[in-house]
Design a protein around this ligand. Sequence first.
Ligand code: NAD
Length: 485
Amino acid sequence: MTPAAERHDSPALHAQGLYIGGEWLPGSGIPVVDPATGEVLADVADAGVADALRAVDAADAAAAGWRATPARQRADILRRWFQLMTDHAEELARLISLENGKALPDARGEVAYAAEFFRWYAEEAVRIQGEFRHAPSGANHILVDHEPIGIALLITPWNFPAAMATRKIGPALAAGCTVILKPASETPLTAYAMARLGAQAGVPPGVVNVLTTTQPAAVSNAMLADPRVRKLSFTGSTQVGRVLLAEAAKTVVSCSMELGGNAPFLVFDDADLEAALDGAIIAKMRNAGEACTAANRFYVQSDIHDAFVAGLTKRMAALRVGSGLAEATQVGPMITANAVSKIDRLVSGAIAQGARVHTGGKPLPGSGYFYPPTVLDNVPLDAEIAHAEIFGPVASVYRFKTEAEAIQLANHTEYGLAAYIYSGDLSRALRVGRAIESGMIAINRGIMSDPAAPFGGVKQSGLGREGGLTGVLEFMEPKYFAVDF
Ligand code: NAD
C-alpha cells in the first residue's frame, strides 16, 4: 500500500487484481491518483488482450446458466446487491470521493442513485413482457418473446464510477446477460469494490467480470471482434463513442451510447428567480460540474439577466472548495491536471474575447487539481466555451430576448442530452421543451436523473436509453414466432 493510502482505512485499497470468472487475478501497472493531492493511492492491474479474451471466456461459460436462472432468482440477487450497497454506503461514498475527488455529499448521492438501479432492475426483471397478436391477414398468430442479447461489454467513465456501472449491470443482469465491465482507469477502485459486493450478493462467477487497462482501444477491439460479444454499452465522450461505433460496425454489435452533453439552462423572465438560482446551482455544481447533464450554457431573458447573474455570483462565490473527503467541502477537485488545463483554456479564451468574470476565473494554486466556481457573462457566441462541454464549475451566462431566440440558441449544438427550462408558465415551458432537441428536459428543476425514467440523448449525445421501463430492452433481442395452430 502507498503512504497516501495508509491514511485511509478502506479495504478496497488492498488486493487489486482483475476480477474474472469469480477470481481475483493479481496484477499492477495502473496508478490511482488522489486528485485532491496528486498522490498515488493504489496500483491496480493492467489487463492486456489475453486477459480480455479470458474475461469473454468466463462470461461465455456463465452465460447459459445465468440465462436459465429464473427471473425471480436473478431479481433476488440484484435486490441483495442493492441492500449491500446501501449497507456499505458510507464506505463506498468515501472511496468514490477519494479516487474521483467529488465532495462527500455528491458521493453519498451517487451511491444512493447507483444502488437504486439494482433495486429498480430487481423489480423489472420479473416484468419483462412479450406480445401475442393475431396477424392482420387472419392467417396465423404473432408471438414475440424477448431474449437476452448475449455477452455485453460495458465501458464506463470516471465521473460517476458507481452509477454508470450499475446503470448498465442492473438491466443486463435482469435481462439474463453476462457482462464484462471496463471502468475508467482513473476510478477503478469503486468498480472492484462493487464487484466484491456482487459476489457477496450471490452473483455467480463469470456473470460479472471487471477489468482495467491502459490500452482501452486494443482491449475493447479484441472483445468486440469476438463473435460471442453481442452488445456494447458505452458511457463516455462523443469522440470515443464515434470510434467505438465504427469498431462495433465490423461485427455488427448492438450499441447503446451515452455520450457527451452541452445542456442549455433557459430562464424566462416570468420564472421564480430564487427557484431558478437554486436549480442553477444543482444543475451546474453537482459533481463540481463534471456531469454529462451539467448546465453548460445559461440563457437568461433580458429583464431578469442582471439579477440572475448577481444571484448566481453570490451563490457560486459562497461555495466551499476543498478535498472531497473534508465534511465542509461542497466543490472537490477536478479529476486530473489536464481537466484543469482544459477549463482554464476555455475560460481564458472567453475572457480574451470580451467575457466578464464575476467570480473565479483562474485555477487555484497548490497541490491537487482545483478550479474555483466561476461565473462569466458577456460571453461572445463564437467563443469556444459557448460550444464545448466545459465539464467543470464554470457558468457562462448569455442574454436572450425572445422565446424563438432561446430555442434557436439552445439547439445550436451537435449535442442533445439534457436541457433545463425555468418559467412560471407551464404551457410555455412545455412548448419550449418540445422544440428543444434533447432526450431529457427538466422543467423548474435542477436535476432529472432517476432510475425509473429513460436516460439518454439525441443527436450526437447518444443512442438508446438507460433506466426506466425500456432500459432492460437494450440488453434483449425480440424473437418473433409466426404460429399457426
Ligand atoms: P472518455 O470517452 O474519455 O472515456 C470513457 C471510457 O472509455 C473510459 O473507460 C475510457 O478508458 C474508455 N476509452 C477511451 N478510449 C477508448 C477506446 N478507444 N476504446 C475503448 N474504450 C475507450 O470519457 P471520460 O473522460 O471518462 O468521461 C467524460 C465524458 O463522458 C463526458 O463527455 C461526459 O459527457 C460523458 N458522460 C456521458 C454520460 C451520459 O450518460 N450521456 C454520463 C457520464 C459521462
